[in-house]
Design a protein around this ligand. Structure first.
Ligand code: FAD
Length: 462
């Protein structure tokens, strides 16, 4: 009997339990529904749309090689899928489980919309272990990363990855499909994606190539991961986010390494599982703070007459006068990605130096990152801003100039802030005002910003 596979952020052939199960049960119709509105205020950002376009293209090609097709439809996902199921008489819809609140809702709506003849079968496999399945001794999900990570390590390795389905049988008739080009996921005028195109190869093959390369580099991770000038992180985040490769595949490829680099890397991959556990428990986490500060006094609030628009724009455009912050923000704009150390420095600068509500920053990263991920982005922003269930202290304020020197960001600055390309090592992190040329002076001095932030923090707790 006919089977439908509903694809979302799981665009891969290997270790794809939903596709695997469907292929064993009968002819398969793989469907991707572009449900533009579903995420609401977290609908696909601009960089995500760029990645999605290419990932769909690549996955469609892989299916084509197996004489299958990817059916593309636009609209409300549960309604579209229920209609295809009714039209084709499919016996089941197979899908990987996703934990964003709008996808959990869509799964419920789809179950309701399907008649008795068609079943919805959900599978785990986009995380090392199913979110919610690792619990404390009292059976509650973990809220704090460190004990969660220890409990995860006790249960590693994850199950073995599944191979590609041996055969994918096609149905006699294919339902209609949209043309991907008609969805306008790519920018046209202006075409801002040149830098992103140069930086990335999209798709499952590219993800595996990157992992092969990373297997030879992972031992450098412990020392190298904090240095933005060098390529010492895996850059697998977008491939993992879009499900072009599974975390179990990554784990099993690297697990026999004995280096400290691998051990540190493994804990970062566990962070990804942690953030899904957080949004599974707190679905609004990327929207709501979880500490009882008075946020009306903590942030410079436009409703209270603070003019933040200009400052926000300087930050977004990489014109703060702090070279490491500006290099990061420009790397983000140019490539759709930013080095983790610099993501932290830039996020901290927005919330502590500029006292701008973390949600403005979360939104900007969401729109610009090719790996924009509801859980990873929301949890990391709250960690930096000191507002989450497991967070850094608000009073821990990163000093951007010290960070820049410590993590040797000189060549990184030269790459992304060309105005400073000729600056000497000794002054590139903080050029003297009379040598800045077109490059702006600092928006606010570090000491002044620090005192202002600590004062706002004290007031917000009164
Ligand atoms: P590596 O260092 O090679 O790490 C391996 C993998 O582990 C990553 O691919 C990622 O899947 C996971 N990982 C690493 N660090 C984290 C982390 N802190 N939290 C969760 N997972 C992690 N990551 C996203 O994938 N999407 C986001 O939207 C996102 N937003 C962020 C916002 C802020 C403010 C900060 C500080 C971090 C954010 N991160 C986000 C986490 C991290 O910066 C990226 O995952 C990492 O830089 C991606 O590069 P990489 O693949 O080379 O990572």
């Amino acid at each position: 009997t006919l089977q439908i596979v509903w694809l979302r952020r799981d665009l891969r052939m290997k270790d794809q339990p939903a596709l695997h199960a469907a292929a064993q049960a009968g002819p398969v119709i793989p469907v991707f529904v572009y449900d533009e509105e579903r995420g609401g205020d977290h609908a696909y950002g601009a960089a995500s749309k760029w990645w999605l376009h290419h990932s769909l293209e690549s996955f469609g090609r892989s299916l084509g090689k197996r004489r299958a097709k990817l059916v593309l439809r636009k609209g409300d996902a549960p309604q579209v899928l229920a209609a295809i199921a009714a039209q084709t008489g499919a016996a089941a819809i197979h899908a990987m489980r996703h934990y964003e609140p709008w996808w959990k809702e869509a799964e419920d709506e789809l179950r309701d919309a399907l008649g008795d003849e068609c079943e919805l079968c959900l599978y785990d496999g986009n995380y090392l272990l199913p979110p919610g399945s690792v619990t404390t001794n009292s059976g509650d999900p973990y809220k704090i990363y460190t004990p969660f990570s220890k409990a995860m390590l006790d249960r590693m390795p994850p199950r073995d990855p599944l191979p590609e389905p041996e055969t994918i049988h096609s149905p006699d008739d294919w339902p209609d499909s949209d043309d991907l080009e008609d969805w306008d996921l790519l920018p046209t005028k202006p075409d801002w994606a040149g830098g992103i195109r140069d930086f990335w190869e999209v798709g499952e093959d590219a993800a595996h190539d990157r992992l092969d390369w990373w297997a030879g580099e992972v031992e450098k991770y412990d020392d190298g991961r904090n240095l933005p000038s060098v390529d010492h992180t895996s850059r697998l985040s977008s491939h993992l986010h879009w499900g072009e490769i599974s975390p179990a595949t990554v784990w099993h490829r690297l697990k026999d390494k004995r280096s400290d680099g691998w051990k540190t890397f493994a804990k970062e991959v566990i962070w990804r599982d942690y953030t899904q556990n957080v949004i599974d428990q707190f679905p609004d986490y990327p929207r709501e703070s979880y500490r009882d500060y008075d946020e009306r006094t903590l942030w410079r609030n436009p409703k209270a007459g603070h003019l933040i628009a200009e400052d926000l724009e300087c930050w977004q455009r990489g014109m703060t006068g702090y070279p490491v912050v500006d290099a990061g923000m420009r790397q983000l704009w140019k490539t759709g990605w930013m080095h983790n150390r610099v993501r932290m420095i830039c996020a901290s600068f927005l919330v502590k130096h500029l006292l701008i509500d973390w949600r403005y920053g979360e939104r900007w990263y969401w729109d610009c990152l090719v790996d924009a991920d509801y859980g990873n982005n929301g949890v990391n922003w709250q960690w930096i801003s000191g507002t989450g269930v497991d967070s850094n202290m608000f009073s821990r304020i990163m000093a951007p100039l010290t960070q820049s020197e410590k993590f040797d960001a000189g060549d990184y600055i030269r790459e992304y802030v060309p105005e400073l390309a000729d600056m000497d090592d000794y002054c590139i992190h903080d050029p003297p005002d009379d040598r800045r040329g077109d490059y702006p002076v600092k928006m606010i001095a570090h000491k002044e910003a620090r005192e202002r932030a600590l004062e706002a923090y004290r007031a917000s707790k009164d």
